[in-house]
Design a protein around this ligand. Structure first.
Ligand SMILES: Cc1cc2nc3c(=O)[nH]c(=O)nc-3n(C[C@H](O)[C@H](O)[C@H](O)COP(=O)(O)OP(=O)(O)OC[C@H]3O[C@@H](n4cnc5c(N)ncnc54)[C@H](O)[C@@H]3O)c2cc1C
Length: 380
């Protein structure tokens, strides 16, 4: 077995001062927002809120000042994310752009694209979506069939993306397409593209989820023509680029804090004289504390320019398990059930029970993550 080290990561005084600032801003900005709305957490979205956050300098915190960013530390950014998630702030309009599309463009896009888009991302103006999964390619992402063919001066795209969160309202997609169908292996011949969602030939059809929401979509591409500079990075390097992107997608505090509102409601409803309640809620809090240390460890490694894909997979796999256990604990301790209304605990429970199945699917299923962990540890 290979060795695995998660280096401890301390938050300095700067971070704690920033935390107070963010808390004060959120207390004022989100005053009166009901618990069941906060429960939507990072899937909740309010473009006005994103603009306000951008004006505070809390989006694009790691981006270079040259592109409208703020050059803050990875841990300062982590603290802001924690506070946003803990407060149930509606961050969905800018989350993907800030977390992964912006960093990807900074690394691989040309100067013109960076100058045009990164400042807008940092101001909270742009929504991005992630075009990876397809009808027959989810876990086995490298089997995608959507094609990008070279044409005079650019590219022509054809194919279908599936489960694309926020596609119907996104300004841009970063999409993975097959540029060489004859490559030696399925991991080769893939490339990423920056796609303006208004380009003719793109149709995003929303799909209803368990909660009745229509946040994810089927996106079809019919002879969509892009200019040559829509290619991100190098032709054929898409697989390596996507794996780096997935590390950013899997390791953040949203992977263990997206059901935090249910825990907060349980704490409010609990009695300190009920030993069963105290023990079970204590267990959940201890698990969150452990995951937080792991996730902070990943933030530290990312800040040092490493690619901690193994640790990121561990955070996501463990985080999803914890979050899916949360409604079971709420049912066991308080008898709350789906459809019951009356108290914030009832309403948040109804929401979380229906949202929870997706936690071990979105961003990579638990079985796939366990495979990555096993490989990373040299066990298979
Ligand atoms: C809420 C939500 C939001 C999403 N947003 C996006 C998005 O924005 N962009 C995007 O590109 N995708 C998105 N997805 C798609 C998500 O990434 C896929 O659902 C996921 O990767 C699984 O793919 P699949 O649905 O095709 O299932 P499949 O790959 O068909 O898997 C079905 C089942 O088989 C298991 N399985 C598959 N292969 C193996 C194996 N080798 N070993 C063991 N078990 C295996 C899986 O773990 C799973 O349980 C989203 C999904 C959800 C639920």
């Amino acid at each position: 077995m290979q060795s695995l080290a998660i280096l401890p990561c301390e938050l300095d005084d700067n971070c704690e001062a920033l935390r107070e600032e963010v808390r004060a801003f959120l207390a004022e900005t989100l005053a009166g927002v009901p618990a069941v709305v906060r429960a939507q957490n990072w899937s909740g979205s309010d473009p006005e809120f994103s603009l306000k956050l951008g004006a505070q300098g809390w989006i694009g915190m790691r981006f270079p000042k040259q592109y409208g960013g703020h050059e803050r530390s990875a841990l300062e950014r982590y603290v802001v994310l924690e506070e946003l998630l803990a407060a149930g702030a509606p961050v969905g309009a800018h989350w993907v752009a800030d977390r992964q599309s912006g960093p990807l463009l900074l690394r691989y896009a040309n100067e013109e694209t960076k100058n045009a888009l990164i400042p807008k991302i940092a101001r909270g103006e742009l929504r991005f979506c992630i075009g990876m999964s397809e009808p027959d390619s989810g876990s086995d992402l490298a089997s995608i069939r959507s094609r990008a063919e070279r044409i005079d001066g650019g590219w022509r795209l054809n194919g279908t993306k599936l489960w694309t969160s926020g596609a119907a309202r996104a300004h841009y997609m970063i999409g993975l397409f097959r540029t060489d169908p004859n490559a030696e292996s399925k991991h080769q011949g893939l490339s990423q593209f920056l796609i303006d969602m208004k380009t003719p030939g793109i149709t995003a059809r929303p799909i209803k989820d368990l909660l009745g929401g229509k946040h994810f979509c089927e996106v079809s591409f019919e002879n969509v023509e892009l200019k040559g500079d829509a290619l991100i990075g190098k032709e054929g390097d898409g697989w390596g680029q996507v794996t780096g992107e997935l590390t950013l997608e899997r390791s953040g505090p949203e992977r263990y804090l997206s059901s935090i509102q249910l825990l907060l409601e349980m704490i409010d409803a609990a009695s300190k004289h009920d030993t069963h309640q105290v023990i079970e809620i204590g267990r959940l809090v201890a698990d969150i504390a452990t995951l937080r240390q792991m996730s902070l460890g990943v933030a530290g490694l990312l800040a040092r320019g490493e690619n901690p894909a193994l640790l990121a997979a561990m955070v996501k796999e463990q985080g999803a398990q914890l979050e899916q256990r949360m409604p079971e604990v709420a049912h066991d301790l308080f008898g709350v059930q789906v459809g019951k209304t009356g108290t914030p605990l009832d309403e948040v429970m109804s929401f979380t029970v229906q949202a929870a199945p997706s936690f071990s699917l979105r961003g990579g299923t638990k079985e796939i993550l366990r495979g990555i962990i096993a490989k990373g540890l040299g066990l298979v």
